[in-house]
Design a protein around this ligand. Sequence first.
Ligand code: ADP
Ligand code: MG
Length: 367
Amino acid sequence: RKLSMGNGAEKGENFEACGGSRIMVFVRLRPMGKKERENGSRCCVKVLNKRDVYLTEFTNDNDYLRLKRLRVRHFTFDSSFPETTTQREVYSTTTGDLLEAVLEGRNGSVFCYGATGAGKTYTMLGTMENPGVMVLAIKDLFAKVRERSLDGNHTVHLSYLEVYNETVRDLLSPGRPLILREDKQVMALLQRGNQNRTTEPTRCNETSSRSHAILQVVVEYKTRDGSMNVISRVGKLSLIDLAGSERAIATDQRTLRSLEGANINRSLLALSSCINALVEGKKHIPYRNSKLTQLLKDSLGGSCNTVMIANISPSNHSFGETQNTLHWADRAKEIRVKGCEVNEEVVVQVSEGPDQAKLVLELQEEN
Ligand code: ADP
Ligand code: MG
């Protein structure tokens, strides 16, 4: 049974109010790295007022001192994060409300998109000292589940998947999702998973990640409705660290990795064609064109809350990639989606007797 969400006062309403009709698009600028500073990189991106992004194109001159400004382009997004933004700020602005919606039985997804080295993995996974969206979301989820444990019963299933070369691999527990009972070990778990990710040396970046990583958190919530039926609500949160968006051609590895390159392109291309089809309001969305889009079918467009975080580097050496990323993010703002639905099912109807309803809840609690 799908319930259309009513307007108004429910939690996660920010998403219903503004994101219910389109996806939310954020941009995060990372700080200049040490290497970049040493090799004379010049900053070509500025974020102002937490919204505006200014991208400066310089003349193509090897001599740093002779660089001249060619033009400045301006973009705006739902929020734009300057290089000083903390992980928690990024989490709460992009994903906090979405998590609320997931707890109510809706689907949601957050993508990090951008070139290799732009800060996708830092944003999604982060470090021990500065955990990212995946870790903060799970901590927040458990805090909220604990807070609400009186009025129902939650089960949290977790899978961490990799799409590489059009093959889906489970990075944690091949075969079936893990049941997560507490959030304490989640960073270690995900870091272990990340070590299983396929990373290959490429010419343009030694640790370039050629794979997409998807953390899927399924929250099942059993409770009672007004007439004491036991109902089950299932919300799914997908957190996605996409492969580097740079064009394979720039890395000059066509011979060795042509197959892989084609497949990476296939998933990213399929994602962009799905997004284009959603932008244009097409009836047919080509989800089946790649493994990535098949996995994200119920978390992209349609009845789901979708957030995109475009990661960019400040260095003028990354100008081309940054410009591409900003273009794509700008286009993603056009995506219109239907209002988000609740995935709800009646498990035990009250006609079967209130005792049975009680029994089901008790059995759930024992597990
Ligand atoms: P990607 O996953 O997009 O290839 P990474 O997340 O690995 O890029 O980031 C590249 C480097 O920049 C890493 O060393 C990472 O720690 C650093 N970095 C990225 N974003 C930030 C940030 N917001 N603050 C500090 N360091 C960052
Ligand atoms: Mg990465």
